[in-house]
Design a protein around this ligand. Structure first.
Ligand code: APR
Length: 252
């Protein structure tokens, strides 16, 4: 007899494939886990996670930034460099090539690393983008190319002289209303929501699977470990994104 975990893996992958094969409208919610196999650390891993090694309130909040702008700027510059040197993995590519096979395929991500876009998707970026820089005073200045930024750690806004900051949603900040609305509509309209590589601890993103379920969708979770959202799942696939996503869509 096979060990229980192997049995679960095989049967749940087949069940997940079935749901996807019958879906017309798919929504996908991704978290840091989808980029783990590209070498980008997740946030809440007890040993390697960014929040285990660094204080999120110091590095990912406006108060933290104002307390020490050069420190926070350098931390994001380090992460931008990490992302620039990383490549999308087979999971990102499987999602990008699946999008044309459904009536609608909405990819919602909490990630700020830009790897979905580099793989060919056009994601709804709930938490912004680490690649884009904006003015702390929100004067309207934005720069998409880190190479074109003025010098300085952090640089000053060429329009209003306030600090420049990464265009990401920090702790205590609201998500962009239109972006969140787009994600909620996608969740409400889908037949299947696929939830990949998120711990399900950060709201409002973590509320999207419940929204999909409330509107009658199936929820498929792909994660090598238990998450807060498992109890909502129609099917849980225990595996990693780069390995399981190509399999999930290969037979759909
Ligand atoms: N494939 C799929 N999932 C994986 C993989 C992998 N190779 N490796 C790890 N995971 C899973 C972990 O088991 C965990 O459930 O990815 C999840 C990562 O969880 P978090 O580190 O909490 O990341 P995330 O859920 O994206 O965090 C949400 O919190 O700090 C904020 O703004 C930040 O967007 C982030 C938000």
């Amino acid at each position: 007899m096979k060990p229980a975990s192997t049995r679960l893996n095989l049967s749940s992958l087949d069940a997940a494939r079935e749901h996807i094969a019958h879906a017309r409208r798919v929504a996908v919610l991704t978290g840091a886990g989808i980029s783990a196999e590209s070498g980008i650390p997740t946030f809440r891993d007890a040993t390697t996670g960014l929040w285990a090694r660094f204080d999120p309130m110091q590095l990912a909040s406006e108060d933290g930034f104002r307390a020490d702008p050069p420190l926070v700027w350098r931390w994001y510059a380090w992460r931008r460099e990490l992302v620039a040197n990383a490549q999308p993995n087979a999971g990102h590519y499987a999602l990008a090539s699946a999008q044309s096979r459904f009536d609608s395929f909405e990819l919602i991500t909490q990630n700020v690393d830009g790897l979905h876009a580099r793989a060919g998707s056009a994601p709804i970026e709930l938490h912004g983008s680490i690649v884009r820089t904006v003015c702390l005073a929100r004067c309207g200045f934005a720069e998409d190319d880190p190479k074109r930024l003025p010098p300085g750690e952090p640089p000053r806004c060429p329009r209003c002289n306030d600090w420049l900051r990464p265009d990401v949603v920090w702790f205590g900040e609201m998500l962009d209303v239109a972006t969140l609305q787009q994600a909620l509509v996608a969740a409400a309209r889908c037949d299947v929501m696929l939830v990949i590589g998120t711990s399900g601890l950060v709201y409002p993103a973590a509320g999207l699977p419940a929204e999909a379920l409330r509107h009658g969708a199936r929820v498929v979770i792909l994660n090598p470990q238990a998450s807060e959202l498992d109890e909502l799942a129609t099917v849980v696939v225990r595996g990693t994104a780069a390995v399981e996503l190509p399999r999930l869509f290969a037979a759909a």
